[in-house]
Design a protein around this ligand. Structure first.
Ligand code: HEM
Ligand SMILES: *[C@@H]1O[C@H](CO)[C@@H](O)[C@H](O)[C@H]1NC(C)=O
Ligand SMILES: *[C@@H]1O[C@H](CO)[C@@H](O)[C@H](O)[C@H]1NC(C)=O
Ligand SMILES: CC(=O)N[C@H]1CO[C@H](CO)[C@@H](O)[C@@H]1O
Length: 604
């Protein structure tokens, strides 16, 4: 009816018709824009503290985040910690862009632990993990809901983490490859005469070699560190002088950049892919997401190279299995790589569910590549933080070296590094404690995400199904004093855990310090206690780190060999400090080392 009248009016007044239409369109557009604007504005969850300015901005918290980043070099995790302090609250919400529902941030270990371990209504936050990994490894279980498919995927490589596989496959491989890194660093320490150099790439590539060895076995032909060792060993005095690597009267504090020599193509492809992932966990922010997508196009070649080489390795593993079966021996007993175990598991899983094995599927390809990706950046970042922390705490490093030397007397006598059997056969509480403390202070993975599967409560605040909860692993209650929380606000299971004596907390007076002793118990600090206090480095519960056991083994081997072979001397101030950048992991902005070889027998 109304429309009829309206058009009748228009027909009767033809001159005004055009104007009216324009006005109508303008009003409608304004209304639409206004509605869109209102829709795009953050919709705070009632009762949970937030930054008032952010709630009034269409981009929510992003402008203040970028501002803090520009002014102080802070990462988004620093921003979260900053917010918790500004709002003086263990729980708050942030708004990560238009049309995005609020993210709840939890800066309280006890409640995080409760969510991760005991609360069924929370699961992996698939969207946030997918932001990071979906482009590269779409069929990997890391960004799947906890369901049957996830379980089947995890089964493919699960027995790689059994003590037997770790001892016979991972240990020797990691040790051999880390020894190669030690060789490289000996050369660098000698050629540079103790000048500082960037350790990041070496550690990254050493860890890559190690995990590639574990994944694909002894015959894998692509190495990152070995060509560098060969290249540096080939330089004579004249070349060293000409390249400006030598120490002179004046350059002791100047970092040396060592030439790298020729690079392996497959290694280069993997490194390119890893680089393209860096910057991803910020993908809640559109700017970074676009950066990622455009880089993906550049990374296309690398993706193809990687798919092809893994397919080749898969075929090789299938052939190997056939040969072993043909020889009539138990193929499992002699599996010598993760990919071999995976092929075997695929065959068994196929057999038990009456289907044909699919050895070259995208799932197989992504699971083994995900093993490499998830496994090496995390570990090498932790080691890079580790060498910094150890260099800045010489008394701790000296104590650690003494503990290592006491535990490996034969190696001291024979003036060599401990071998893999010695390292795997020893339990050294001070080494365990140092590893645990490095993990706590490094903040390699500074937060853990979960999503609510149903309407529920966190610290007494109702949240809706689908809300993401981000738990800080390096903030209040882990690395700095936490907030007081009224016991009644905690969940029932959290309160029960306290009654059962299962709640842990650090002493606020020293929780910010790097102090391995905090993990030691007993009269003479002779017992390592992994549950001494809050630690979120590997996440917790059913979706915690798949590779944790291997990560500990790797850290044990790498730390032992580095501390055994080198004194870590302080670097100049401009090459030191604890600022970080966030890639796949939270990395040190500056990772330099200044090394002096430990000569066994001379200092004893
Ligand atoms: C110091 C080294 C490492 C750190 C700090 C680390 C940290 C983490 C964290 C925080 C998570 C998420 C946990 C959660 O949401 O509760 C995770 C998951 C995972 N990690 Fe690690 N990790 C390390 C080494 C490794 C290694 C060596 C591997 C494999 C060889 C690995 C494979 C994985 C996988 C596959 C997942 C996903 C598990 C799932 O979604 O079910 N990680 N890791
Ligand atoms: C499990 O969840 C993933 C998504 O996270 C989905 O692709 C898959 O189909 C699910 N599997 C089952 C058995 O529901
Ligand atoms: C320069 O390097 C060579 C080769 O490593 C070494 O023998 C020599 O002592 C170095 N010179 C100085 C001044 O350190
Ligand atoms: C890159 C590299 O050095 N890889 C080695 C890792 O360890 C295994 C086992 O000794 C070697 O076969 C690899 O060549």
């Amino acid at each position: 009816m109304a429309r009829m009248e309206y058009s009748a009016l228009l027909e009767s007044v033809p001159i005004a018709q055009e104007n009216l239409r324009l006005i109508g369109i303008s009003v409608l557009s304004c209304l639409l824009i206004y509605i869109l604007y209102r829709l795009a504005l953050p919709k705070p969850i009632p009762g949970i503290p937030y930054d008032r300015d952010a709630a009034r901005h269409i981009l929510g918290s992003v402008p203040s985040l970028l501002k803090l980043e520009a002014e102080t070099g802070a990462t988004f995790v620093d921003y979260m910690i900053h917010q918790s302090e500004k709002l003086n609250s263990p729980i708050f919400q942030v708004f990560l862009g238009p049309f995005v529902r609020p993210h709840v941030v939890l800066a309280d270990f006890r409640e995080s632990q409760d969510i991760l371990l005991r609360r069924r209504e929370f699961d992996r936050a698939v969207e946030s993990m997918s932001g990071v990994f979906a482009g590269m490894i779409p069929d990997h279980h890391i960004h799947m809901k906890t369901n049957g498919t996830w379980k089947a995927h995890r089964k493919l490589l699960q027995d790689m983490m059994l003590p037997n596989s770790l001892a016979s496959v991972a240990g020797p491989m990691i040790h051999a490859n880390t020894s190669e890194l030690i060789k490289l660093w000996r050369l660098k320490a000698k050629i540079g005469g103790g000048r500082p150099f960037d350790s990041h790439k070496d550690v990254f590539q050493g860890a890559l070699d190690a995990i590639l060895g574990v994944a694909f076995g002894k015959d894998f032909k692509h190495h990152a560190i070995r060509p560098k060792v060969e290249y540096l060993s080939s330089l004579d005095d004249a070349a060293i002088k000409e390249l400006g690597l030598n120490r002179t009267e004046t350059n002791y504090d100047e970092p040396v950049t060592f030439p790298e020599g020729p690079k392996d193509k497959v290694i280069a492809a993997i490194l390119d892919l890893a680089d393209s992932l860096d910057g991803m966990p910020g993908s809640a922010f559109p700017k970074l997401k676009w950066a990622w997508i455009s880089r993906m196009t550049n990374a296309r070649h690398a993706i193809k190279t990687r798919k092809q080489f893994i397919e080749r390795e898969l075929k090789r593993a299938v052939e190997l299995q056939k040969t072993k079966e043909g020889s009539g021996k138990d193929p499992r007993a002699r599996a010598q790589s993760a990919i071999e175990l995976m092929v075997r598991n695929e065959r068994e899983m196929a057999k038990s569910s009456g289907r044909k094995p699919n050895y070259l599927s995208p799932v197989m390809n992504d699971e083994i590549f995900g093993f490499v990706v998830a496994g090496h950046d995390t570990t090498s970042t932790t080691v890079n933080w580790g060498v910094k922390l150890l260099a800045d705490h010489p008394q701790i490093t000296t104590r650690l070296r003494a503990a290592l030397q006491r535990s490996h007397p034969a190696a001291v006598r024979e003036r060599r590094s401990p071998n893999i059997d010695e390292i795997q056969g020893s339990r050294i509480p001070y080494l365990e404690a140092t590893m645990e403390e490095l993990l706590r202070c490094a903040g390699t993975t500074p937060s853990v995400d979960r999503v609510a599967l149903s309407d529920t409560e966190v610290l007494g605040h109702p949240i809706k199904k689908g809300t993401m909860v981000l738990m800080l692993g390096t903030g209040p209650s882990v690395l700095r004093p936490g907030f007081a929380v009224e016991e009644g606000r905690r969940s029932a299971s959290s309160q029960a855990a306290l009654r059962d004596g299962k709640a842990r907390a650090w002493d606020p007076a020293d929780m910010g310090l790097f102090m391995p002793e905090r993990w030691l118990a007993g009269e003479n600090q002779e017992v390592f206690d992994a549950t001494a206090g809050p630690q979120l480095s590997f996440g917790l519960g059913g979706r915690s780190c798949f590779g944790k056991k291997m990560a500990y083994l790797e850290l044990r081997i790498i730390l032992t060999l580095i501390v055994w072979n080198f004194e870590l001397l302080p670097c100049p101030a401009e090459l030191s400090g604890y600022e970080s950048i966030i890639g796949i992991t939270n990395k040190p902005l500056k990772s330099y080392v200044r090394l002096r070889e430990v000569k066994l027998g001379e200092d004893a």
